[in-house]
Design a protein around this ligand. Structure first.
Ligand code: UT7
Length: 327
C-alpha cells in the first residue's frame, strides 16, 4: 500500500506583531482577559501589500526547498483557506503560477479552520490512490481582512499565517499518514460565519455599512461544540487504528483557544506535555494553524522518527476532522 509522507514543511507569519497591549488601545479589552480566556498573547497581522497567496507562497517555497524538490515535481496543490485573495482564481492557482509548478492542478478548499486537516487529507488521498506522487498541501489565511476591529469578541482571536507540507508517495507502510476523518454538520452554520460577499448577500453599500463582510461568532457556543468535536474525532480515529491516547507521542490541535485545547485533552486523558501549543504567539490562524504548529514542533525536535502524531481541527460550518501520522 502506498502511503503519503511529509518530506518538507514550511511556515510563514507576517512581520507585524500585534500584542494584547496594542489591542487594548483599539477596543475595550486587556491583556489579562485575553490571556485568561484564550491563552493568546500576540499574533501576526499581514501588511496592506500582503494577501493570502503571498503568505502561502512563502510557506510553500520553504517546504519545497526543505523537500529538496523543484516546482515541476509537484503534481497537485491543495489549499485550505477561508480568506482567498479574491473569489476566483483560487489561491492554489496563484501559488501554482508564482511558484512555477507547471504540471500541477490546484484547488482551494473552504472548510474554515478545519482546512488544514481537509487539505492534508485530500492531498494524501491523491497519493494513496496512486494518481500523484507529490502533492503540495497548504493552509493559508489573512483572517485580519474579515475581522471586525470594533468587535472585541473576535478581534482578539483571529490572525494571519501560512503553512505548507509537501507530501510524497512512499512504499514504507509503517510510516506517513495512516488515517484521517473528515466531518461536517451544517446545523451550526450561524455560530461562526461571514454573511456578506457571497450570492446570498452580495456586496452593496448597505452590506458594507451593516458590517456584513466580517466574521460573526457566538463564542461561548462555538467553545462547547468545539470541545465535543475534538474529543469525539480524536477518540474515534485512535480506536479505529487500535491505539489509545497513551500511544500518541504528540497531539497537534487547531490553535484556536488554549482553554478549548485543555478541556479536550483532559477528557481524552492526554497530558499537556504531549500537546503542542503555540496559540500564545500566533492566535487563531484558521486553516494555517495546524501546519504552522507542526512545522514548529518538528523544528523544535518535538517530533522524532517513529513518533505517532495526532492532529485535529474544527471550524465554522461546522467542519472538523482528525489525522493520524507515523513520523
Ligand atoms: O476556530 C474556531 C474559532 N472560534 C473559537 O474557537 C472561539 C471559541 N470561543 C472562545 O474562545 C470564547 O468563547 C471567547 C474567548 C470568544 C470568549 O470567552 P468566554 O469565556 O466564552 O466569554 P464570554 O463570551 O462569555 O464573555 C464574558 C464577558 C462578557 O461580558 P459580560 O456580558 O459578562 O459583562 C463579554 O462582553 O467578557 C466580555 N468580553 C470581553 N471582555 C474583555 C468579550 N470579549 C472581551 C474582550 N475583552 N476581548
Amino acid at each position: 500500500m502506498t502511503r503519503a509522507r511529509i518530506v518538507g514543511l514550511g511556515a510563514y507569519a507576517p512581520k507585524r506583531v500585534l500584542t494584547n497591549a496594542d489591542l487594548a488601545k483599539m477596543v475595550e479589552t486587556n491583556d489579562e482577559w485575553i490571556v485568561q480566556r484564550s491563552g493568546i498573547r500576540e499574533r501576526h497581522i499581514a501588511d496592506e501589500s500582503e494577501a493570502t497567496s503571498d503568505l502561502a507562497l512563502r510557506a510553500a517555497q520553504q517546504a519545497l526547498e526543505r523537500a529538496n524538490l523543484v516546482p515541476e515535481d509537484i503534481e497537485f496543490i491543495a489549499v485550505g483557506t477561508t480568506t482567498p485573495d479574491m473569489f476566483f482564481p483560487s489561491v492554489g492557482n496563484i501559488v501554482q503560477h508564482k511558484l512555477g509548478c507547471r504540471r500541477a492542478g490546484s484547488v482551494d478548499m473552504l472548510a474554515a479552520c478545519a482546512g488544514s486537516i481537509y487539505s492534508l487529507s485530500i492531498g494524501a488521498q491523491f497519493i494513496q490512490t496512486g494518481k500523484y506522487r507529490r502533492v503540495l498541501c497548504i493552509g493559508a489565511e489573512t483572517l485580519s481582512r474579515i475581522t471586525d476591529w470594533t468587535d472585541r469578541g473576535t478581534c482578539v482571536l483571529l490572525a494571519d499565517a501560512a503553512g505548507a507540507a509537501v507530501l510524497e508517495a512512499s512504499d514504507d507502510e509503517a510510516r506517513g499518514i495512516l488515517d484521517f476523518d473528515l466531518y461536517s454538520d451544517g446545523q451550526y452554520w450561524d455560530l461562526l460565519y461571514m454573511p456578506g460577499g457571497g450570492s446570498r448577500q452580495p456586496a452593496t453599500r448597505e452590506s458594507v455599512d451593516a458590517r456584513l463582510h466580517f466574521a460573526k461568532m457566538k463564542g461561548g457556543e462555538v467553545f462547547k461544540v468545539a470541545v465535543r468535536m475534538f474529543v469525539d474525532c480524536t477518540e474515534r480515529i485512535l480506536a479505529r487504528n487500535g491505539f489509545s491516547a497513551a500511544d500518541v507521542s504528540l497531539f497537534i490541535p487547531h490553535q484556536a483557544n488554549l482553554r478549548i485545547i485543555e478541556a479536550a485533552v483532559k477528557r481524552v486523558s492526554l497530558p499537556m506535555e504531549r500537546v503542542f501549543v503555540n496559540v500564545d504567539r500566533y492566535g487563531n490562524t484558521g486553516a494555517a494553524s495546524v501546519y504552522v504548529a507542526l512545522e514548529e514542533a518538528v523544528a523544535q525536535g518535538r517530533v522524532r522518527s517513529g513518533d505517532l502524531v495526532l492532529m485535529a481541527a474544527f471550524g465554522g460550518g461546522f467542519a472538523w476532522g482528525s489525522l493520524l501520522m507515523r513520523w
